[in-house]
Design a protein around this ligand. Sequence first.
Ligand SMILES: Nc1ncnc2c1ncn2[C@@H]1O[C@H](COP(=O)(O)OP(=O)(O)OP(=O)(O)O)[C@@H](O)[C@H]1O
Length: 201
Amino acid sequence: MRPDHTLRLENVTIGELEQVSLTIASAEVVCLSGISGSGKSRLLRAVADLEDHGGRVFLGDIEQSQIAAHEWRRRVMLVPSESQWWSERVGDHFPDKAEVSGLSELGFDRQVMAWSVSRLSSGEKQRLALLRALAAAPQALLLDEPTANLDPETTETVERWLGSEIRERNMPVIWVAHDAGQIRRLADRAFYLNGHVLEAR
Ligand SMILES: Nc1ncnc2c1ncn2[C@@H]1O[C@H](COP(=O)(O)OP(=O)(O)OP(=O)(O)O)[C@@H](O)[C@H]1O
């Protein structure tokens, strides 16, 4: 039997946001939209244990507060809208740069590991940040507008690749997205942050 990686938010509060309770099954994609500043990114940061918050978050039967924050974040992986790069070469950011899967699917060859981070376009950064996140073998994914810098064709390529990784790895996903077409293509369920209240769409 596959392990239970259900992601469960119980009465989570952060900033102005009213209590959020939400259960996301393994391999389920929940899309989240809402006007700018409504609290989407902060909610993801709370779930990733990057900001203090009220309420409780569980991954399977493990509660966020039971394990070290860095260990929780490796399992419940946030891919922020602007990725951080702390070393000069792309390959330095991958635990095993010889064994990165998904490179060709996202339009790269192995040479990209030797590239300097400073030459990366915003769309290259975005795709490499996704590859880096999945290389850490997370059990749940929090994606903050992961295709915001991509053209429509590349967006659909990334959607297909991520969709198959999500199913194969059985990960629950919260995906912040604004594009109605993308939400239709991806979402098992969709929610909208209306003011400070989460509403089902
Ligand atoms: N650390 C913080 N302390 C206090 N307020 C914050 C903090 N971080 C963000 N905020 C505020 O919380 C609100 C929600 O921010 P958040 O980044 O979650 O919005 P968002 O819905 O993701 O917006 P966008 O679609 O523009 O990215 C904003 O008013 C923001 O200024």
